[in-house]
Each structure stands twice: as structure tokens, then as C-alpha cells.
Ligand binder design. Structure first.
Ligand SMILES: C[S@@+](CC[C@H](N)C(=O)[O-])C[C@H]1O[C@@H](n2cnc3c(N)ncnc32)[C@H](O)[C@@H]1O
Length: 324
């Protein structure tokens, strides 16, 4: 087995979920943060989504990794440490690790303990020599870099921050820049950032990817309400909400919503939240970029786009960035 250290908890508090839920539902456009999708049921549903016919995202990125992970690894120096925020199943980093020698440490960094454990179970038998320092934490936290470096023995000069899965697309531009700024600091002056982004494409392909025929994405979206029921004493009736995916042209993003089918009230930890028929809770954004729009965005975090690798249909891109 690999040299696996115990999971450290870095920056999540017990009360944060309740605070985030109540403040999101108090806004005029009700929202819930997508970082809470991944309890055990949500993690399992996401794994199902990744193999759906409509959900081109995962299989396309995996195909790029199959074709180019060796070329990507060849551009990276030896003795790097790798940090993977939102590592999920850990399947993608395995492609890179297979072609890299002398990796100092791998730091999977997850908000979901289920996902973190899943990635450890997958990676540690595959890479018996690899030192793994797992961290349970929130990569959107403003103190993320300080907390992460305190809890690990990372080199401050040369790290690789690996951020696949188009997770960056979940964030509006201001937050995406803040996150990339943190990656910039985390990778160090001689370091690298490798980000997977979903590219602009035909609208129906996008809408279908987030609204599959089998209803798995709908179940994934609604599970957020079930999680609130389970963990925060909520009274959501899941049958009273329907799942919708919408394309927001102005912001070049897919939005996921849960639409109230009737006028209704829900209680969460003794606080009442009212819904009128047709009102929605906005649960997720997934921004779609062009290579140019992404280059501009990364530039605002002082990261230079050095190389990209894409699939033949130009659906998805892996982008290698370096500090300016
Ligand atoms: C879209 S999935 C991508 C998973 C994996 N990186 C991949 O490419 O298949 C997003 C992952 O990021 C994690 N995540 C979401 N928000 C997070 C946050 N704020 N901090 C840490 N992890 C987060 C989720 O638990 C989930 O495993």
C-alpha cells in the first residue's frame, strides 16, 4: 500500500451547511451552493452521471488523458507535489501519475469525505510508493492556501495544482479568478496549474448533458433537498420540485434549477421558507468557455496559458498554465 497519512480536516465547520442553506434560500433568487451535492448518495449518483450517454464531459476528458497524459507528464519536472482540489474519484490523476516519476506527495483535497475515501481506495493500491496526504476541506475558502500549506509539507516553489472535471465552471468569473489566484499561490513560482474546461458547443448537447433521459441528473439535483432533510431537519417533499437545466446565453453557462410545483412552505431547523408555484432554487452553474475567454480569465489570476490538449470534436480542453 502507499504511504497514506490519516485524513486531516482543514476548514469545514459543522454549522456552515445550515448557515449556507438558510442564507441561500433567503435571497430573492433562491440558491444552494453546489459544493453540498456530494453526500454518500450524491457521490454515488455523480459516479452514475459520469457514465451516462448524454454526459460527454467525463468520457471526453478521459479520452484526452488517454491520448496525452504522457505528453503532459513530459512537460512537468520531477520531484513535484500534486494537489488536486475536488479530486472526486481520483480516477483522472491516475493517468498522470502513471507517467510521472518521483512525485513527492499527492494531496487529494475534498469537501466530501465519501469522495475522498473513494479516491484513496482507488489510488493507494495503484501507486504503492506514492506518499498521499489527504485533506478534507473547502477549496473556495479565502484562507485555503494558508490552511492547506499548514497541514501538508508542500514545497512552496514547485507544485502542480490539478483541477479537472470542469469544476472551475461551477463558479462565476469573479470567484473563478479568486480560485485561480489561490492556485497560482499554491503552485509556487516554478509551479504549474492544469485545469480541465468545458468548451462552448451546440446548445442541445449542453442541455441534454444536464437533463438525461434516465433522470439520474434530476435525482442528483433533488438529493440536495434530501440531504437538507437528513442533516438539517428539513421537510422538503422532493415530489413537489422538478429538475430543470437552462442555458444562460448572457453568461455562457448551463444552470440547474429545482422548480417548485406549487405554493408551499418548508421548515429547516425550525425556520420556515416559503415558495410560490414556479419559483426556482438555482443549484448549479456550469460555465462554458472558448479557449480565448478562458485565457483572458486565467490572465486575470496572473496565469499564462502555455499549452492546451483537446479532443477531436473540440468539446473539452485540458489547459496547462504557469505563473506569469
Ligand atoms: C464535478 S466533480 C469532479 C470530480 C473530479 N475532479 C473529476 O474530474 O471527475 C466535483 C468534485 O469537487 C468536490 N467539491 C465541490 N466543491 C468543493 C469545494 N468547495 N471544496 C472541495 N471539494 C469540492 C466534490 O465533492 C466533487 O467530488
Amino acid at each position: 500500500m502507499s504511504q497514506l497519512t490519516a485524513i486531516k480536516q482543514c476548514n469545514i465547520t459543522d454549522t456552515e451547511f445550515l448557515t449556507d442553506v438558510l442564507s441561500g434560500l433567503a435571497q430573492q433568487q433562491k440558491t444552494l451552493p453546489c459544493k453540498y451535492f456530494y453526500d454518500d448518495k450524491g457521490a454515488a449518483l455523480f459516479e452514475q452521471i459520469t457514465s451516462l450517454k448524454e454526459y460527454y464531459v467525463t468520457r471526453t476528458e478521459l479520452a484526452i488523458l488517454e491520448d496525452y497524459s504522457k505528453a503532459i507528464a513530459n512537460m512537468l519536472p520531477e520531484n513535484l507535489s500534486i494537489i488536486e482540489p475536488g479530486c472526486g474519484s481520483g480516477k483522472k490523476v491516475a493517468y498522470l501519475l502513471a507517467h510521472m516519476s518521483n512525485v513527492n506527495t499527492f494531496v487529494p483535497f475534498e469537501i466530501s469525505s465519501e469522495m475522498l475515501n473513494y479516491s484513496l481506495a482507488h489510488l493507494s493500491p495503484l501507486f504503492p510508493e506514492l506518499s498521499i496526504s489527504p485533506l478534507l476541506g473547502d477549496f473556495t475558502h479565502s484562507q485555503m492556501v494558508k490552511q492547506l500549506t499548514k497541514d501538508t509539507s508542500l514545497d512552496s516553489q514547485t507544485n502542480l495544482v490539478y483541477f479537472p472535471g470542469s469544476t472551475l465552471g461551477n463558479f462565476a468569473p469573479v470567484k473563478a479568478i479568486e480560485i485561480m489566484n489561490n492556485f497560482h499561490r499554491l503552485c509556487g513560482v516554478n509551479g504549474y496549474v492544469l485545469i480541465g474546461i468545458d468548451l462552448v458547443k451546440e446548445r442541445q448537447v449542453l442541455l441534454d448533458a444536464y437533463n438525461d433521459k434516465a433522470g439520474i441528473t434530476a435525482a442528483f439535483n433533488k438529493n440536495l433537498l434530501q440531504r437538507i432533510n437528513n442533516e438539517l431537519n428539513g421537510t422538503f417533499d422532493l415530489d413537489n420540485f422538478s429538475h430543470e437545466s437552462r442555458f444562460n446565453e448572457q453568461h455562457s453557462r448551463i444552470e440547474m434549477h429545482l422548480v417548485s410545483k406549487c405554493d408551499q412552505s418548508v421548515v429547516i431547523n425550525n425556520q420556515r421558507v416559503d415558495f410560490i408555484k414556479g419559483e426556482s432554487i438555482h443549484t448549479e452553474n456550469s460555465h462554458k468557455y472558448t479557449l480565448e475567454s478562458f485565457k483572458q480569465l486565467a490572465g486575470q489570476a496572473n496565469l499564462n496559458l502555455e499549452r492546451t490538449w483537446q479532443d477531436d470534436s473540440n468539446y473539452f480542453a485540458l489547459c496547462l498554465l504557469r505563473p506569469q
